[in-house]
Design a protein around this ligand. Structure first.
Ligand SMILES: *Cc1c(COP(=O)(O)O)cnc(C)c1O
Length: 354
């Protein structure tokens, strides 16, 4: 049996470790709040699962189109925004083509690019863990087909500003697809941050990807969406596995939009908690970039393995991203004390560099 060597060489996607029953699972950037009753009701009402879902997702796409000021055809649904990223990459990049993204950025990108048959071009983030957009521009070649910009960036939690993004888009050739991955946009409180909602129809080569997994707490139902030019999204639809967005997920997303006020109030509480955690980490002596997602990035470097153990011993499961550091999600408010206790212990023993 001959399998593709580049696929065999990939490290499979590692899910956050399941936490012990009494430990906090802060390794997958999940929303710690239980689903609102209206969402649970929508799920319970799924008496039609013997039928295939509405492939067009008309109702939800219309709702999203109205908020973005675009047409239904300029909105695309996927079973999580990761599946939309996969479709877009497959639609635009094949063997010999290059896909540029920052590193570190989202762990899923390398695999998506490789499976499409294309080549990843990793552009290191700046010293303060932000996208180096000028360096990403400099990495463009005549093989470049896609550039992914992740803001807030997973795992470093840093943003790209509106101005930085505008300058960048002015320089990117318009025949290169730019994907703005905004999985955590709802947690952003900094008004200088890029916001894909303001960019609908501004660029002929920009697709904005968002998800119901994080802020809206529907990670387990798998639903995300993209907004962008119709012909690009048509190509993504062609590259998609048919009928992978369930009716249950579509209905839960619609109900979530109906009850957005409650959900975004929760998001606001998580963002406030994040800012408190950040301040406390700075006071402990950590050098942490200002976080904008529902997670913080600790550059533990060589001490990453030990840091994971210290957090685990304190009852906190974190995501190690070797060899650079650990990502810790903002979860239940009563997890913070444990998080900070472990962080204090790690920073005390961290070898100081330079
Ligand atoms: C979580 C995440 C997504 C989307 O996840 P889905 O559950 O597939 O919608 C996309 N991009 C980044 C950077 C993420 O962290």
């Amino acid at each position: 049996m001959r399998l593709r060597p580049e696929v065999l060489a990939l490290v499979g996607y590692k899910q956050g470790k399941p936490a012990d029953t009494d430990a906090f699972k802060l390794s997958s950037n999940e929303n710690p709040f239980e689903p609102i009753p209206e969402v649970l009701k929508a799920i319970a009402d799924s008496s039609n699962v013997n039928r295939y879902p509405d492939a067009a997702g008309t109702q939800l796409r219309d709702r999203l189109a109205a908020r973005f000021g675009v047409t239904r055809d300029e909105v695309h649904l996927g079973a999580g925004s990761v599946s939309i990223l996969a479709q877009l990459i497959q639609a635009a990049a094949g063997a010999g083509d290059e896909v540029i993204y920052a590193w570190r950025s989202f762990e899923a990108y390398p695999g998506l690019v490789t499976v499409a048959g294309a080549t990843s071009v990793l552009v290191p983030t700046t010293a303060d863990a932000r996208h180096d957009l000028p360096a990403m521009l400099a990495a463009i070649t005549d093989r470049t087909r896609v550039i992914i910009v992740c803001s807030p960036n997973n795992p470093t939690s840093t943003i790209v500003t509106k101005d930085e993004f505008a300058t960048f888009m002015r320089e990117v050739p318009s025949d290169i697809l730019v994907i703005l991955d905004e999985a955590y946009i709802e947690f952003v409180t900094d008004e200088t941050a890029v916001d894909g909602r303001e960019l609908s129809r501004v660029y002929p080569n920009l697709v904005v990807a968002r998800t119901f997994s994080k802020a809206y707490g529907l990670a387990g139902l798998r639903i995300g969406y993209a907004v962008g030019p119709e012909y690009i999204l048509d190509a993504a639809r062609t590259a998609s596995i048919p009928l992978s967005v369930t009716d249950t997920a579509q209905r839960a997303a619609l109900v979530s939009l109906d009850h957005e006020k409650v959900l975004l109030e929760r998001v606001g509480r998580l963002s406030a908690l994040r800012d408190e955690v950040w301040t406390a980490l700075l006071e402990q002596g950590w050098d942490v970039p200002r976080p904008h997602g529902n997670f913080v990035w600790l550059a533990t470097g060589q001490a990453t393995e030990r840091a994971v153990e210290v957090f685990a011993a304190a009852g906190v499961v974190v995501r190690p991203l070797y060899p650079e550091g650990i990502r810790v999600s903002i979860g239940e408010s009563h997890s913070v004390e444990k998080l900070l206790k472990a962080a204090a212990e790690v920073v005390r023993t961290l070898p100081t560099e330079g």
